[in-house]
Design a protein around this ligand. Sequence first.
Ligand SMILES: Cc1cc2nc3c(=O)[nH]c(=O)nc-3n(C[C@H](O)[C@H](O)[C@H](O)COP(=O)(O)OP(=O)(O)OC[C@H]3O[C@@H](n4cnc5c(N)ncnc54)[C@H](O)[C@@H]3O)c2cc1C
Length: 368
Amino acid sequence: MSGGGRHEPGQGAAEQPNSEQTELLVIGAGPCGLAVGIAAKQAGIRCVLLDRRTIVSTIERYPLSMTFFSTPERIEIGGVPFIASHEKPNRRDGLIYYRRVAEHYGLDIRPGEDVVEAANVSDNPTAARFRLDVQRRHDQKRYYANAMVFATGYYDNPNFLDIPGENLPHVTHYFVEGHPYWRQRVIVIGAGNSSVDAALESWRAGATVTLVHFGEGFDHTVKAWVLPDIVNRVKEGSIAVRWRSRVRSITPTHVAVVSEGSDRVELIPADAVLAMTGYHADTSLLQRLGVPVDPVTGVPSHDEATMATPVAGCYLAGVIASGNDANRLFIENARGHGDLIVRHLLQTGGAVRTEPRQSGDPISASLR
Ligand SMILES: Cc1cc2nc3c(=O)[nH]c(=O)nc-3n(C[C@H](O)[C@H](O)[C@H](O)COP(=O)(O)OP(=O)(O)OC[C@H]3O[C@@H](n4cnc5c(N)ncnc54)[C@H](O)[C@@H]3O)c2cc1C
């Protein structure tokens, strides 16, 4: 890797106004992107992290009263202890922790920078391999990078039902809190953790809740300590359910529900619809760069031992590597991707350390 500011003759990185070159560029400043930034910092590799929103924006958009299912030590990064006053940290604890870690390591994170295009501009490993076009609030910027990491997560892309009325203003794919639904008739679509949390919280806030799901019951992934609560609310009739049923359309006042094996359409009055149908990674930029994506699993081609894709210098970190089964990877089991990537960068010989290593860092110690 070349140092910051160097570029191959004729590519014009440094001459262009509003352009910049770096060794490693990470798209996405979620927990797994941050872990890449920390590993790079520890190894002395110059790294810039771009985020279209802000640091850990997925956690920012969790329901306000959300508690992690992980205990704090399972979602720590960079060896920085995550101290929480409860067994499971909450959303606010998470926001404070990850901000603090980023500040502790002095990561170069740039919020409000949306990567809209990426191209492979050189096969020369000593020159900038990638060109990235970034849309900022008031202007555009172009980056050149020797290596890049997609750590873009999945939370920006809800799984749409593609039914009439899904874009009406009272329909949302993100649950924030129960309060707005007081004395409202709420339809919750889905039976996973997000649906269960939304149904219980809305009901406790005074909503009349009906949960609609195409399956026969709650997902096996529903948190063990929450399951009895929802099962009992359904049993006692506090929360209504329509199993083996699908919402076919949404109007400003009703949802049309059809049960499996029946042609009969049930019209259920609805003031709000919480479509908790999950999220998926957007792999379009990766595919344009030439990274193949499995048409069945949705997994972008990569080596799990190094997180390297078949496009030299291009890596995956975090949930983007999960494919369609977005719950396969999460912070706990993806926070180590940063170490794998940086180790591979150093071992393949392309990396030139341009900054002093941080003392006591685990990666460079293991490679000495
Ligand atoms: C309610 C809820 C509770 C959860 N609880 C837990 C838990 O207890 N334990 C656990 O391990 N996991 C948990 N998860 C999952 C966890 O949030 C995700 O696994 C984690 O956020 C993934 O991290 P990431 O860095 O891969 O992606 P993300 O955190 O999603 O970060 C991706 C970032 O990339 C940015 N981005 C995307 N595209 C671009 C672009 N083109 N240009 C610039 N920036 C871009 C986004 O703005 C975002 O900030 C939970 C998830 C939810 C929804």
